[in-house]
Design a protein around this ligand. Structure first.
Ligand code: PEP
Ligand code: MG
Length: 896
């Protein structure tokens, strides 16, 4: 019985236990009864009863039905009515309710207890024949479809015919006589379909309805839902049996649903719909136009005032926004259900913050109530859910790939970077579509609204750059066949021509044909800013950013970054006007020419670094020295060969000597590039001459970078701004590499400071991104003043899985088949990579107490990985600017 919740709590041991025993609905009905909210009398058959029934081969466990009958007697006593008594009949509803809400997945039967005799009694009591026979036909219809599985269409056909015959639009206009005929027809259908009569005996109705709810736990819909929502299959459902109250007893009766706050915006205002003179399912079924709940204030001021008071009592009691169902029977308000309300990300944040201000919850609770995913939602425009559903229904969803950079983007498809840039300059929205991207595609990516590739993984170039710039991106969509000759994309039966509209959902990985409507959330949301400031009070991890350009640093600081954890210095080589010098630097064998080329690049780099120092204004700035192998800066070998073949053909048809000379000149240039590219070519460049190895073999380049850093530092210091450069050496595996490189670079740093007459507060450190470095971190710490975990490479080398190929290959199947719990390039592999990190932090700090240790791989913005970083006691996590707010919240969650 609802008023025995104290005993239930004692038996179950906790409120969570009560929910498990009585289901969410039963527990909350009991709880509302306990706090004096008007709930019709009733009782709940526990989930234990359901589980015993299901495991016992569909038999009621001993005593269960006797207990149900006994409880029914108590409800009779509480209501003064009697089940099956035509003089004063009690009617009940029978509703399912599991521990976790499974909306619409299981069964409900209303008006149990009605039969030919009690119906006559009800008419005498209410004087409303129409209402009674409408209720009776609802019972037969629901019982028929829910309990014995008759197709509902058969019943609906009868209703449609009745409306046509009586010449009315809606059911509520049908007369009592019509309802009586409908009931006769319904009973005939029941008999025809089941071979037996509709059970008139109320106790039989109740017993069968209880069983139907038990069985619905294992219905296909419910099983599928549990699989999707990760709900255990052995919980079982409870069955709540509640005395019926009627919203369809005249114009002083009504029924409705409401939320205590606005579920879209979070605004503190009751929102909902109701219908006068109607029964529960009419409101949700959408047959009649519902009224806004504010109208109820005018129509039934007394009941509304009570409703408002109860809504606020429920919120205060549960300390959560509530989603309620109610019925008003002849002016008397009854609450039929309450549960925590579903809400958008914006509403979740606003409600959490408002509830702290209202004194309902603590700041800690508010921070814990918002998920990192919800914060992510604020950072990017999203597709309208309705628009997506419509596009799917139309067959416009083309494929699903890796959702590497969230947000929604639409635009016309451009198949190369130059065209993407050109169209964007013409004012068009563009989606850049490529098999994969390379550093020299960046201008197109920047110009595009979104990025789509058919190859590549979570740490592919396209993914890194997209996240860095907050561009929605879906990569590794293997279903896309990009035909560069025909300039078109084929996906199954669809052909998308260059210039056709595409919509890319970086949040879900879905790709659509056409232009879908978007909604734009707002990062300046004052509630979000407030919530994140509380998160900052609880977290102990620093949150830094990966930023290569001053404008990224600026944005990151606006989002709350406390330092730069990674500036990939080579990205600047691709800026306009620099590539010729970079090429020259790579092509020449003459030291003097290389010197000239480096001297030309140096002022650019100095300006870049100075810009970062200015934006960060005294916060630490970690600049990583050149990492990729040199051949990455050269044109592609295959392209070069094609171009040379082209020139040869043109030479045969050249009309003038001048033209021939021009072509020969070009041929020689390209041939040289090809020779160099061939020479630098490595079968496995990821494990080749890159990082510190390149720094040692071609020391002039990293020396130039260090000079640029220190010249910039001196320049900005003279402007009166404090600078804290930290120079980071990539891909070290052995302490000696660091020793050699550091000596060379320290000398350069000292030289600059001496020239400029200034002392700069700086550090030399290294990335830990190879297993050997992690395992020998104690030795490495002798020469490194800080560590930064490059978990992209560390994952690649620990697992021996290529970061660029795996996610379009076997790794996806591994994850789908559950061979790996997570994608290790998205969430740190705790047992392998995580263990190496633990060893490195322990050894590093043993050698150099309190040493700064951070992470700058893509995992730095992933909440589960952030939790590990907190546990390992890292100094900070560094992630792309657009993930800073998420990391701030996740770091607080890890600490709480
Ligand atoms: C890493 O390896 O994790 C890293 C940050 O470096 P990159 O991604 O540039 O190789
Ligand atoms: Mg790396």
């Amino acid at each position: 019985l609802f008023d025995e919740v104290d005993q239930a709590e004692e038996y179950a041991g906790s409120w969570d236990g009560v929910r498990g025993l009585l289901g969410g609905k039963g527990a909350n009905l009991a709880e509302m009864t306990r706090i004096g909210v008007p709930v019709p009398p009733g009782f709940t058959v526990t989930t234990e009863g359901c589980n015993a029934y299901l495991s016992g081969g569909g038999l009621f466990p001993e005593d269960l039905w006797e207990q149900e009958e006994k409880a029914l007697k108590s409800v009779e006593a509480l209501t003064g009515k009697e089940f099956g008594n035509p003089e004063n009949p009690l009617l009940v509803s029978c509703r399912s309710g599991a521990k976790f809400s499974m909306p619409g997945m299981m069964d409900t039967v209303l008006n149990i207890g009605l039969n030919d005799e009690t119906a006559i009694g009800m008419v005498k009591l209410t004087g409303d024949e129409r209402f009674v026979y409408d209720s009776y036909r609802r019972l037969i219809q629901m019982f028929g479809s829910v309990v014995v599985g008759i197709e509902d269409e058969l019943f609906e056909d009868v209703l449609t015919n009745a409306r046509i015959r009586q010449g009315v639009e809606t059911d509520s206009e049908l007369s009592a006589e019509t309802w009586k005929n409908v009931i006769k027809d319904f009973k005939k259908i029941y008999r025809r379909k089941t071979g037996i009569d509709f059970p008139e005996q109320p106790l039989t109705q109740l017993k069968l309805a209880t069983e139907a709810v038990f069985k619905s736990w294992n219905g296909k819909r419910a099983v599928d839902y549990r699989n999707a929502a990760n709900i255990a299959h052995d919980l079982g459902t409870a069955v709540s049996i509640v005395a019926m109250v009627f919203g369809n007893m005249g114009n002083d009766s009504a029924t409705g649903v409401a939320m205590t706050r606005n579920g879209s915006t979070g605004e503190k205002r009751i929102e909902g719909d109701y219908l006068t003179n109607a029964q529960g399912e009419d409101v949700v079924a959408g047959i009649r136009m519902t009224n806004e709940i504010s109208q109820l204030k005018i129509e039934m001021p007394g009941a509304y005032a009570e409703f408002e008071d109860i809504a606020s009592r429920l919120e205060n009691h549960y300390r959560e926004m509530q989603d309620v169902e109610f019925t008003i029977e002849k002016g008397k308000l009854w609450m039929l259900q309450t549960r925590d309300g579903k809400r958008t990300a914006q509403a979740a944040v606003r409600i959490a913050v408002d509830m702290v201000k209202e004194g309902l919850i603590t700041k800690e609770e508010a921070v814990l109530r918002v998920t990192p995913d919800q914060v992510d939602f604020f950072m990017h425009p999203q597709f309208d859910a309705q628009a997506k559903a419509e596009a799917k229904a139309k067959g416009d969803m083309l494929a699903v790939g890796l959702n590497v950079s969230p947000g929604a983007a639409f635009g016309i498809a451009a198949l190369d970077a130059d065209l993407a840039e050109k169209w964007s300059k013409d004012g068009k929205d563009v989606i850049m579509v490529r098999p994969e991207t390379r550093p020299d595609d960046v201008h197109g990516m920047l110009a595009a609204k979104g990025i789509l590739t058919s190859r590549g993984g979570r740490t592919s170039h396209a993914a890194l750059v997209a996240r860095q710039f907050g561009k929605p991106a879906v990569v590794g969509v293997s279903a896309l066949k990009i035909d560069m000759n025909r300039r078109e994309i084929r996906v199954n039966d669809h052909i998308i021509h260059e210039g056709d509209w595409l919509s890319v959902d970086g949040t879900s990985g879905q790709v659509f044909a056409g232009k879908l409507k978007t909604t734009i959330p707002d990062i300046k949301d004052p509630w979000l800013i407030n919530l994140l400031s509380w998160a900052d009070q609880f977290r102990t991890l620093g949150v830094w950013t990966n930023a290569d350009y001053p404008k990224d640093a600026k944005r990151a600081r606006e989002y709350g970054a406390e330092g730069i954890g990674l500036c990939r210095s080579e990205h600047m080589f691709f800026e306009a006007g620099r590539l010729p010098h970079v090429l020259k630097m790579i092509m020449t064998d003459l030291p003097i020419e290389r010197r000239e080329a480096l001297d030309a690049v140096l002022p650019f780099q100095r300006e870049d670094f100075a810009g970062l120092f200015r934006e960060m204004d005294g916060l630490p700035v970690i600049i990583r020295l050149l990492d990729p192998p040199l051949h990455e800066f050269l044109p592609n070998r295959v392209d070069l060969r094609d171009e040379l073949a082209d020139i040869k053909i043109k030479l045969q048809h050249a009309g003038s000597l001048k033209k021939i000379d021009e072509l020969l000149e070009m041929f020689k240039k390209k041939e040289n590039l090809l020779k160099r590219a061939e020479k630098l070519h490595e079968a496995n460049p990821m494990l080749g001459m890159r990082g510190v190895r390149l720094g040692i073999i071609v020391p002039e380049i990293t020396a130039m970078q260090v000079r640029a850093i220190f010249e910039a530092a001196c320049m900005v210091t003279r402007e009166g701004i404090k600078v804290r450069p930290e120079i980071m050496i990539p891909l070290a595996a052995h302490v000696n590499e660091l020793k050699v490189q550091r000596e060379r670079l320290e000398a350069e740093a000292q030289a600059v400071m001496q020239e400029k007459g200034l002392e700069i507060d700086y550090k030399f450190g290294t990335m830990i991104e190879l297993p050997r470095a992690a395992l020998t971190a104690g030795q490495i710490a002798e020469y490194a003043e800080f560590f930064s975990f490059g978990t992209n490479d560390l994952t690649q080398t620990t697992y021996g899985i290529s970061r660029d190929d795996a996610e379009s290959g076997f790794l996806i199947e591994y994850i789908e088949k559950g061979i790996l719990p997570d994608n290790p390039f998205a969430t740190i592999d705790l047992d392998g990579v995580g263990e190496l990190m633990r060893i490195a932090v322990t050894q590093g700090r043993a050698a150099r107490p309190g040493m700064e240790c951070g992470i700058c791989g893509e995992h730095g913005g992933d909440p589960a990985s952030i939790a590990l970083c907190h546990k390992l006691g890292l100094t900070y996590v560094s992630c792309s600017p657009f993930r800073i707010p998420i990391a701030r919240l996740a770091a607080a969650h890890a600490a709480l």
